[in-house]
Design a protein around this ligand. Structure first.
Ligand code: SF4
Length: 224
């Protein structure tokens, strides 16, 4: 029998009391995630930075403003999506997450994903992409290609912070968010075509062509 979904507020309470790894010692507060609890798109970043640790919300300040602009390119508002991170506590000095921290913290992300049950998971950067897709293939190769993790459509994109240090990433980020918008519209059209003609023979195709790679690069049997 499938495991029942845990309400988001219960998962949040577990995260707030969590001291499973040493990141608990340096945090101001945990950063659970924010947004629409039944979002169609779940955005998964890496870990809280300084401002996120202070405010208790992912992607605030400049990075948050830029993410909002990128979401708008895809036709999404921040309140449409749910935004979470692989790690819920800030690594000191914004260092990379360590494997043991990812292992201890990601059960929370798994439960969030099960409860929100999105259609798309947008992984921002290497850490979330590698965790969700269980792959060693890097973001440089995977970004902008439609992948799958179990029932979820996964769309890897560079982390917006990468554009701050490397301006050439800005164009790739903006192109990938535009592609995400096309994928969402193509899926809408597909669903509308199915819903409007249930008793008719299938039309040739009224949906837009999926713009990203049709064949997943990563063979991924399951996420949850
Ligand atoms: S990073 Fe995750 S596992 Fe570590 S203390 Fe914070 S919530 Fe717990």
């Amino acid at each position: 029998m499938p495991k029942p979904h845990i309400p988001l507020e219960d998962i949040r309470a577990q995260v707030e009391g969590c001291r499973k790894c040493t990141l608990a010692d340096g945090r101001t507060q945990t950063v659970f995630g924010v947004g629409n609890p039944s979002a169609r798109v779940l955005i998964v970043g890496e870990a809280p930075g300084k401002n996120e640790d202070l405010q208790g919300e992912p992607f605030v300040g400049k990075a948050g403003q830029y993410l909002n602009e990128l979401l708008a390119i895809a036709g999404l508002a921040r309140e449409d999506v749910f935004i979470a991170n692989v790690l819920k506590c800030r690594p000191p000095g914004n260092r990379d997450p360590r494997p043991e921290e990812i292992e201890l913290c990601t059960p929370y992300l798994r439960e969030q994903t099960r409860t929100i049950d999105p259609e798309f998971i947008v992984t921002l950067g290497n850490f979330s992409t590698k965790f969700i897709l269980k792959t060693e293939i890097g973001i440089t190769r995977l970004h902008g290609t439609l992948q799958r993790a179990g029932k979820f459509k996964v769309f890897p994109i560079f982390h917006p912070a990468a554009a701050i240090y490397d301006g050439s990433k800005r164009e790739a980020l903006e192109n990938d968010f535009a592609t995400l918008g096309e994928l969402l519209r193509a899926s809408d059209a597909e669903q509308a075509a199915t819903a409007s003609a249930p008793a008719q023979p299938a039309p040739e195709s009224t949906a837009e062509e999926a713009p990203a790679a049709a064949q997943p690069v990563v063979e991924q049997p399951h996420l949850l």
